[in-house]
Ligand binder design. Structure first.
Ligand SMILES: [Zn+2]
Length: 137
């Protein structure tokens, strides 16, 4: 007996990968955003309604979490940073925090939307799907 589930890619990881690349999670050919983080819906390639996935504050939340760990963590760990002049520390970390945040926000928001696509969670799914009974969809 062969296991056919390995041939099918995990839709959550597939959606995550496509979202990180800021591609439509449904077809991977169309763009996910019309601008910086405005969701382009429907997709110009496959007409999938990407606006049905509500990223809300998850994108900024995970972005702050990532940037905080990447920038604030070293400030707390390395003592040579504590002994540096304040103007040097603020002059380097504040622009770094701002640039990283602006670069990561669309990537993280795309990832959130891609994961929602993979998990088949949307505004319509919450209101129209029957309740799950065995934990599988
Ligand atoms: Zn598409």
């Amino acid at each position: 007996m062969t296991d056919t589930t390995e041939a099918v890619p995990n839709p959550i990881l597939q959606g995550l990968r496509r979202g990180v690349r800021r591609q439509c999670p449904n077809c991977a050919a169309g763009p996910l955003f019309a601008g910086y983080v405005k969701v382009l819906s429907p997709c110009p390639n496959c007409s999938h309604d990407n606006a049905q996935y509500k990223a809300d504050d998850a994108g900024p939340y995970f972005t702050i979490l990532l940037v905080g760990h990447l920038c604030i963590g070293p400030l707390l760990i390395f003592p040579f940073i504590w002994k540096s002049p304040l103007w040097l520390v603020l002059g380097t970390t504040l622009p770094l925090i701002m640039i990283l945040t602006l670069l990561l926000l669309p990537v993280v928001k795309g990832a959130v939307i891609g994961v929602q696509w993979g998990m088949k969670t949307s505004r319509e799914a919450k209101t129209s799907s029957p309740p799950l009974t065995d934990g599988r969809s």
